[in-house]
Ligand binder design. Sequence first.
Ligand code: ARG
Length: 565
Amino acid sequence: MDFKRIISESIGGVVVSADEAYALIGVPAQSEMGDYCLPCFKLAKELKKPPQAIAAEIKEVIEKRRDYRPFTMSVAGGYLNFRFDRAFAASNVLPEILSGGETFAPGRSNGKTVCLDYSSINIAKPFHIGHLLTTAIGGSLYRIYKRLGYDVVGINHLGDWGTQFGKMIVAYLKWGDEKDVEKRGVHALVELYVRFHKEAEKEPKLDDEARAWFKKIEDGDAEALRLFEYFRSVTLKDVNKVYERLGIKFDSYNGESFYNDKLDGVVELLKEKGLLAESEGAKIVDLSAFDMPPCLILRSDGASLYATRDLAAAIYRKNTYGFDKNLYVVAYQQNLHFKQVFKVLELCGFTWAKDCVHVPFGMVSLEGGASLSTRSGNVVYLSDVLETAVLKAEKVIEEKNPALENKREVAEQVGVGAVLFMALSTSRIKDLVFSYDKALSFDGETAPYLQYTHARCRSVRDKCADVKLDGIDYSVLSDEASASVVLLLNRYEDVIKDAAEKYEPSILSKYLIDLAQSYNAFYVGHRIAGEEENVTKARLALSECVRKVLKDGLGLLLINAPDKM
Ligand code: ARG
């Protein structure tokens, strides 16, 4: 039930139109003020009246009407506040959630398509903690958009092109051991790469060999391609294990090399549009009119660049998927790159350039500090972070609930969930210092806290197994603790939309914490089992709704919620 709609329909036409009111209505910073509020400051400017006077006027006109309204109004400091009748709120919010499935299914198709470029790892390079945010944020947005009815195309734009693959081949042929690579996967490849750089310092000839091998890849030499494909499959096998653990899937692994045969087309197009200029032998698009450095298209030796491939990829995505939105979940270090690419698309005359959005995020480091350079070999692999978190979770569970049956499975859900939630609960753009202890705390703003609250709801349901949820007396839920849970439940759908609009899963994370805290406050003060039947029923209904929303909301954050923990 859309309470904002109820308010705006009711007050619309008095001073403001219903739609205008709807857009203005918000939630007061302090819940004592009311459940919703209409800030009158913007109207005050337009009407040249004090905001308090406007709030008072609306209130007075509405109150003179005799018709039923499910809310009362109050004026405070330029705001008109609304407080809903508690029984009305509960009777409108809970049935909808109760009648929904166990977790809410993906929404009915809205006929719109979102391309989502995320995780986008590099072949033969470590999948490290620096990739945590793109992977978690992208994976969560994937589910959120699906949930809202979009067709989502998840794309792993693999970094599978560049001179480093020449180096990899040289290193592999000289020092590589197939059995070792079979066994240790990317770790073995990365070591070879590190060794190449060490040895090339002493023996510059190696760089020439690497260049020659890269040329062979470009020319389609069979042996070169075989090795290149081999590195690709070894890397994908490794990263897929992590993706599986995180519950993430991609619809496309078309990476940089996929666009090899589409780059001439880009160059032709830029020429045709008169955008291609020459600078010191290189081909560029001059962007000085937009206060940006030039976008490099071809180096003086004719080699294409990262941007060239992204131009080809964007055009390919538009032609193939007909996207309504084309998102790139990539670190803020690449802000300029995407600004340039989108500007060049716009200059080409593609009106859809405006639908391309860079979704940037901050950097991740590990508490205690560890360097993230591939060359030095000093990296923290994401798989190790997950494993460490799971082992720590196992220990905590061992202490808290030694009798728990499927401990390893629950530890997996808690440990992996803790890492994901830490990544998804800080505002996207902030740098994140990852701490195992904070992530795994059972009473901070963490996944284990949410999972624990979910399990608590589950056990309440089990305790009341024979209670049927029909003929519920919603007036039981008129007290403030119950009402604040009800009102939060009612905001869930809006929160999902808001998170999608702002590309910000942390909006959902924060909401789930609010909901869990509010439920736990209710739980402490209100007995559920063993009360009068109508009381038990209504409170159990509330508890069940919280359980469902927690489970569904965690799912949108890629986090599983065990029944017991
Ligand atoms: N592989 C790149 C990196 O690790 C990210 C690619 C992002 N996607 C894109 N279409 N450029 O920095």
